[in-house]
Design a protein around this ligand. Structure first.
Ligand SMILES: *Cc1c(COP(=O)(O)O)cnc(C)c1O
Length: 402
């Protein structure tokens, strides 16, 4: 009988006990709002911001309600206005173009390469064609492009870079943490990312003007002095009456469960990468299946894995997915004509001006994607790779085009 995998692809680890204890303490005193403190107290949210800024080695951090609201706040903070064109990746998830649209701007999609990163040649031509002053760079599924080359292009053209690090918290390019290349970076602490508070997001920046604006925008009323990871009070002087309050704050309960998780992040990253490499090894040398090669300068976080079934018919890819699903292995496909679950394609975001990207179409049609929750053991990962390799080989060798 063919082997079956019985694990759950959406089951994350429990919140560590010290996180549960900290959450109970917050509920015990009842001061859940980030600005609700007693004399001499520093709120959990402010402490989380301070600790995250220290982890990243940045001047400032601001915790907010979600990754998507962090991105929208960053877009406003760097000055994106209604009607502006904002460059972003054709291969990303819905909250990215959604954030651009939420500020009244137009997403302009840039091609993806077969390494699943932004195509720098297409970036140059889209910059010229669309007169965009901002790139919202999504390190989608943790794939990091040549950041030195990207920053050189963007600096030369005066394009500000906002990094979407939803899948790269803890990752690095040439030993520089992902999120430190652009002018501001957004992270998500939603359940399926690298820290889990159910919902949540955090921004980092070294720019005091941009961060002061982000803090005003995030809904800080006039309590910006309680941001110990924010800029000095003088940076708010000109902003405080001019900046709309677009409430999207984080609360102390979520910060309380995030702080102990942040201490463990680097260990979690190593655990993810062991699992990633185990699966990657099992997918090597399978005819018809292309592993996505990783640049040696990229220190990635293997919280998910992608491979390519290039030039396969839709019907054959569907048979691989069905065959794996029947054996307990949940794969996602980015080529589907209709968006399902978390996957969708640039052409399903119909609020954005229509674009034709034949190179991206071809690559998206071959991308197969799988989550790697840390509740999987290394043996689980070995079995998953075995099942995928058998199902891919079975369909690849079959002649019939069903
Ligand atoms: C999850 C995610 C976001 C946004 O995060 P939310 O916290 O769900 O709003 C942004 N970009 C990418 C690529 C994501 O996967």
């Amino acid at each position: 009988m063919a082997k079956r995998f019985n694990g759950n692809f959406t089951q994350q680890q429990p919140i560590p006990q010290d996180g549960i204890d900290a959450a109970l303490a917050v509920m015990g005193h009842g001061r859940l709002h980030r600005y609700n403190v007693v004399e001499g107290e520093i709120a959990e949210v402010a402490l989380f911001e301070q600790e995250f800024a220290a982890y990243m080695g940045t001047e400032y951090a601001l915790a907010v309600a979600s990754g998507g609201s962090a991105i929208a706040c960053a877009l406003r903070a760097v000055g994106v206005k209604v009607g502006d064109n904002v460059l972003t990746n054709a291969f990303t998830l819905a909250p990215v173009p959604g954030a651009i649209s939420s500020v009244g701007a137009n997403p302009v999609f840039v091609d993806v390469t077969n390494q699943l990163v932004i195509d720098l040649d297409d970036l140059k031509s889209k910059m010229a064609e669309y007169d965009a002053k901002v790139l919202l760079l999504s390190h989608m599924r943790g794939h990091i492009c040549d950041m030195d080359a990207l920053m050189e292009i963007c600096d030369r053209h005066d394009v500000q870079v906002i990094e979407d690090c939803a899948h790269t918290m803890g990752a690095r390019w040439k030993n520089v943490l992902s999120g430190k290349h652009g002018v501001i970076a957004a992270f998500s602490t939603q359940t399926y990312k690298h820290l889990n508070s159910g919902e949540g997001g955090i921004l980092i920046s070294d720019d005091p003007d941009i961060m002061a604006k982000a803090i005003m925008l995030s809904g800080s009323y006039m309590l910006f002095d309680r941001h110990i990871a924010g800029p000095d009070p003088e940076y708010y002087a000109d902003l405080r009456m001019e900046t709309p309050n677009i409430s999207g704050r984080m609360d102390n309960l979520r910060a309380a469960i995030l702080r102990p998780q942040l201490k463990r992040l680097d260990d979690q990253v190593l655990a993810w990468n062991q699992r990633y490499r185990m699966i990657e090894k099992g997918l090597n040398n399978i005819p018809g299946l292309e592993i996505v090669t990783r640049d040696p300068d990229e220190f990635y976080v293997g919280s998910s894995i992608q491979f390519l079934l290039m030039d396969w018919s839709d019907a054959k890819i569907a048979r691989v997915l069905d065959g794996c699903a029947a054996r307990g292995v949940e794969l996602k496909w980015f080529g589907g004509a209709m968006p399902t679950g978390f996957t969708s394609r640039y052409d399903s975001w119909r609020y954005a001006p229509a674009q034709s990207l034949p190179q991206s179409d071809k690559i998206l049609a071959g991308i197969v994607d799988m989550r790697i929750p840390l509740t999987f053991s290394l043996e689980d990962c070995q079995l998953i790779a075995e099942i995928i390799s058998q199902e891919v080989s079975r369909v690849f060798q079959s002649e019939d085009e069903v």
